[in-house]
Design a protein around this ligand. Sequence first.
Ligand code: PMV
Length: 322
Amino acid sequence: MFSSRNRAIGKAHSKLILIGEHAVVYGQPAIALPFPTLTVTCAIEEADSGIHLDSKLYSGPIDQIPKRLKGLAICIHKTIQEIGKHHNGLLLKIESMIPIGRGLGSSAAIAVAIVRSLFQYFNCELSDEKLRELVNIAETYAHGNPSGIDMESVCCDEPIWFERGKGIASVAIRSSFYLVVADTGRAGDTRSAVGSIKHKLDKSPIQTKQSIDRIGQYTLDARNALIQGNLVQLGLLLNLAQTELEKLGVSDHGINHLVNIARNAGALGAKLTGGGRGGCIIALAENCVQAREISEQLNQNGAKRTWSFKVEETQQFQSITS
Ligand code: PMV
């Protein structure tokens, strides 16, 4: 046992975007799922003086943090300022299972774990609204113009329907399914991928807008497929979204290769997840045998690693049908 005055732990899980990434930046809807297999923990202890970070990304005083991580330092300072309580010194130890830059929400999850642990350390209540406000500071620094979907999905334990500026709603899932997540082994750069679509929109507005609108329509259709438990239709929609993401230039050779392997191994559909240009793909499987076969094929054909997990039917839906 330990005293909560002297030590505190905050946790968060990673996320997957099922469909709608990139288009969501331009006001289209997206569907995201919690990915509970991969988690991050922030443990806080008293230190003699100053605020220090101990993590794989950086270890040392947060005032000397590298520029790319500065958003985290600002988020920590703002959180402590918000709490308004005195401390002599703090050590924040971060342990993350979430690979960085793979579209799995690692930066948002780290920020969530940090904010939760700081509020716990100082025995202060943390509202959902305050959590989002503080995490958004780190996310804006890391991504430039985030839609907010990463932050929302790492904060939620249920599948979410997300529209920028409108918040979240729950998503009804009639039939459980399996997702296989495969890592290309290469970090993507969400900020530059988002920037490249902005550039495309300026250069070829009609075509680019068409792709964005199509992804929005596929996302609406995917919500219906989930409600109806129509996994074949859902797979088809994932494939169609991938085609538009390819046209938008955020897929790449390595992603396309894994997507094809997954489809040939029996996936009902496969696409990139998150920012793209590296990162991960997701493949939809009807059952665990199919998921295992897809995983095996991906592992033998270039995936750095794979995870597979079951997405359960939602409570909300169970109560409607029972
Ligand atoms: O952070 P990532 O790589 O999971 O991407 C987030 C989703 C995007 O739509 C690409 C960007 C955003 O802010 O919505």
